[in-house]
Ligand binder design. Structure first.
Ligand code: CA
Length: 413
């Protein structure tokens, strides 16, 4: 039985024995659980003893959850999927804007403590500045949503309940610790806060007081926020002397089926004709590392070898485009001239085209791993297998023309 329906029918007294009273009414302190939204109140009654058991002080819990109501805008933002998916080239051009590069270069010079952070955590200043620039426009846009309400809304909504309950408990512990007040703890509709957009869980695990004022302040202290990012990346496995990505050229007749495939040494890639666009050669650390090949806008666009640090950047946002954007912005801030091969003209795919292609691939026996309208690693791999089977360039890059061809083939089955 659906858990919410079960609880509505029974009052859920049996789930947390000893915590609820013997009647149908949960024993919540006064002022809690009267939001006017039955599902939210049911969730709150369920959550309250769990938060207590996880070490949130009762007075903090009672004070911060009193009068809490869900925020419909948060649920809407969580469910929102763009009608037209933004092409990679458009995203990268927006991310690595000249204005952001200019500001980033100035900040990298101005923040003299970045060298110390690099020494201690291994993450170069340009990478941290790039993340700071993308996450909050260098501290200018941090979000105004109340994090307690946001995490409670998303936990009650239930799509990723465990994740947001964990974050809500962490947020309540941050308030209890005195690192931040409820009023300070404002952030995005996705529940991230501060100049480097941390989740409450990541805050508790890795945020640091770098300026030494006794508080971990990701809102008011750029030094705390940026150093906390370095600590976060370091903990996620950042490798001090390695690159994050390098643009490469591919030889004529290249077999694109290895794109997003093996992680192998630069020497093995070179043997397959994959070489850097510049003449700088590989550093000893990069030569000893492994890299994966990506072509984000297909065979017509630029190609990159991505190193383990690229994947570490994804702890912020598990997306190839995001990590590539951070990496390219960082390289530009460090003085790199930018991507050599021009980005091709790209057309955004509609939701109907995205799901249509996934349905057709499924029907044709090239399983994309579900039909969700998101062209991720699974869909690209399925597309590559289909392209290879049809003698096409197997770059896994979906265009409106390929959608039509896939659908025509699926209909003719
Ligand atoms: Ca501080």
């Amino acid at each position: 039985m659906n858990r919410r329906l079960f609880m509505a029918l029974t009052g859920a007294g049996a789930i947390w024995p000893g915590i609820r009273g013997c009647g149908a009414q949960p024993t919540l302190p006064e002022g809690l659980g009267n939001s006017g939204d039955a599902a939210f109140d049911t969730w709150l009654a369920d959550f309250y003893p769990r938060a207590l058991a996880n070490g949130v002080p009762a007075e903090v819990l009672t004070r911060e959850l009193a009068g809490l109501v869900p925020n419909p805008a948060v649920v809407a933002a969580d469910r929102n999927q763009p009608e037209i998916a933004r092409p990679v080239s458009s995203y990268i051009k927006g991310t690595v804007s000249d204005a952001r590069v200019v500001t980033g270069k100035a900040k990298r010079t101005e923040l003299t403590w970045l060298a110390e952070v690099h020494e201690r955590y291994g993450v170069p200043g340009e990478v941290l500045i790039a993340i700071w620039g993308l996450e909050s426009a260098f501290g200018a846009v941090m979000g105004n949503a109340d994090i307690i309400q946001t995490d409670a809304t998303l936990a009650a909504d239930g799509r990723r309940r465990a994740l947001f309950e964990e974050n809500l408990i962490a947020a309540l512990k941050i308030i209890a610790s005195g690192d931040a007040t409820r009023a300070q703890m404002k952030g995005s509709n996705a529940g991230a806060f501060g100049q480097t957009q941390f989740s409450p869980v990541d805050f508790l695990r890795t945020a640091v007081d770098a300026d030494g004022d006794g508080k971990r302040d990701l809102w008011g202290s750029t030094r705390d926020a940026v150093t906390s990012s370095a600590a976060h990346l370091s903990k996620a496995g950042w490798k001090k002397s390695e690159s994050w990505q390098r643009e490469v050229t591919l030889p004529e007749g290249f077999d694109y089926s290895v794109v997003e495939g093996p992680r192998q040494s630069p020497a093995l890639w070179l043997a397959a004709g994959v070489r850097p666009t510049d003449s700088a050669g590989w550093t000893p650390d990069d030569a000893a590392s492994t890299a994966q090949l990506i072509t984000p806008s297909g065979a017509a666009g630029p190609a990159f070898l991505i190193f383990p640090n690229h994947f570490t950047i994804r702890v912020y946002n598990n997306s190839t485009s995001y990590a590539l954007g951070v990496g390219l912005l960082a390289s530009r801030i460090a003085g790199d001239p930018g991507v050599i091969k021009p980005w091709p003209q790209e057309t955004g795919l509609s939701a109907a085209e995205r799901t249509g292609a996934q349905e057709a691939l499924t029907k044709l026996g090239f399983d994309p791993g579900g039909v969700d309208g998101i062209i991720g690693v699974g869909t690209r791999a399925a597309l590559r297998r289909w392209q290879q089977a049809r003698g096409l360039t197997a770059d896994g890059y979906l265009t409106p023309d390929l959608v039509k061809r896939l659908q025509a083939e699926a209909v003719a089955l």
